[in-house]
Design a protein around this ligand. Structure first.
Ligand SMILES: CC(=O)N[C@H]1[C@@H](OP(=O)(O)OP(=O)(O)OC[C@H]2O[C@@H](n3ccc(=O)[nH]c3=O)[C@H](O)[C@@H]2O)O[C@H](CO)[C@@H](O)[C@@H]1O
Length: 354
């Protein structure tokens, strides 16, 4: 049996594209194993799917000062030793890495055992972990045309980002029942990225009295970020993180207000959901979401609101404007020619180890 190791973690954006590949990999008879951290979000997301999960120790590669910069190298070395022995025991035909810090020891361990590695970069500019992984990779898949020129010529391939196909077959009525929503007001889905976003949460919650006059709001607010005071508010439902019900909620949503994480925005495009993006600012990231959002705005798929300009009234005004213009955005997204990333990546996997 062909064995493949998938790896990726830290945030859901480094896991859901791997999940999207699972049905095709299973169909093709792959024995799929996953390597992630002992306690990251990937463990919960993958174990519930019945995939053998192997935890390794991981440290964060920071570009800023932290006391943990002194202990994390030890963890990374431990992770590397663990990854090496896993590679020996599992002996996969191939490794597919979606990025995140945990993947660095995994791809180096694979390379040291001459196991081919494919890495995938969702953002316009490669993240630190993927930058370190480039030299181990036989092929590097990317999501934005702009990224190809930033990568070694012979390795880069534009594949897009794999999207979980079940998201395309949600059922509105199931979502209405699940959320206790009615059919008489449009629905806004607010998604602050897989970990939530405090500033988006606060802005949306302060705009709620105004928004709930016209819309119903379902809010994915991130772990530990529920607001107890809002429990039981008619037309408002909040969750830390949603799994199976996401497809139905997407089907119900008329508009989406979202961070500009690369996978989230590709899903919005695939689902033709008119969206207002509030990218993570450069002060708290390498600025990748600003680039993602600008690209989508330029292509006519999204409206963008910069966090620094976000007040309660501006947020409400932009949402109303998006609702009025929603058909234009849907039309632009229908004309996008977004490619089927799952097929492209599966072909690469098959080619590389045959
Ligand atoms: C803070 C941070 O580092 N953000 C990065 C992270 O974002 P993040 O992890 O938020 O990643 P994305 O927005 O790209 O993807 C989030 C994924 O989680 C799913 N989801 C989310 C909420 C929920 O309740 N249920 C659910 O299933 C979404 O459908 C999507 O598939 O990785 C992205 C891809 O490298 C980057 O572009 C982001 O800049």
């Amino acid at each position: 049996m062909k064995r493949i190791v998938l790896t990726g973690g830290g945030t859901a954006g480094h896991v859901t594209p791997n999940i999207a590949l699972l049905p095709r990999l299973r169909e093709l008879g792959y024995d799929v194993h996953y390597i992630g951290t002992y306690d990251g979000i990937e463990r919960d997301l993958i174990e519930t799917l019945g995939i053998p999960y192997h935890g390794i120790s991981s440290g964060k590669l920071r570009r800023y000062f932290s006391l943990r910069n002194f202990t994390d190298p030890i963890r990374i070395l431990k992770g590397f030793k663990e990854a090496r022995s896993l590679m020996k025991v599992l002996n996969p035909a191939i490794v597919f890495s979606k990025g995140g810090f945990v993947t660095v020891p995994v791809v180096y361990a694979a390379k040291s055992r001459k196991i081919p590695v494919i890495i995938h970069e969702s953002d316009m500019t490669p993240g630190l972990a993927n930058k370190l992984a480039i030299r181990t990779a036989a092929k590097i898949c990317c999501n934005f045309p702009e990224t190809v020129g930033l990568l070694p010529e012979k390795k880069a391939i534009l594949t897009g980002s794999p999207i979980r196909q079940e998201l395309l077959s949600g059922n509105k009525i199931n979502a209405q029942n699940f959320l206790s929503f009615t059919g008489d007001k449009p629905v806004i889905l607010v998604a602050g990225g897989s970990l939530g976003a405090v500033s988006v949460n606060e802005a949306v919650r302060s705009a709620l009295p105004e928004l709930l006059k016209t819309y119903q709001v379902v809010h994915l607010c991130g772990k530990g970020k529920l607001d107890k005071a809002l429990e039981g508010t008619t037309g408002y439902a909040q969750f830390e993180y949603i799994k199976e019900e996401l497809k139905d909620i997407f089907a119900l949503a008329d508009l989406v207000v979202s961070r500009a994480g690369a996978n989230a925005i590709c899903e919005l495009l695939a689902l033709r959901k008119p969206n207002l993006l509030i990218p993570l600012p450069a002060k708290s990231s390498r600025g990748d979401q600003l680039l993602n959002a600008a690209s989508f705005e330029h292509q006519g798929f999204s409206m963008v609101l910069n966090e620094d300009d976000m007040t309660t009234s501006v947020l409400v005004e932009r949402i109303n404007c998006l609702y009025e213009k929603r058909q234009d955005f849907i039309q632009n997204m229908q004309n996008s020619g977004q490619q089927n990333s799952i097929d492209a990546i599966i072909d690469l996997i098959e080619d590389l180890h045959l």
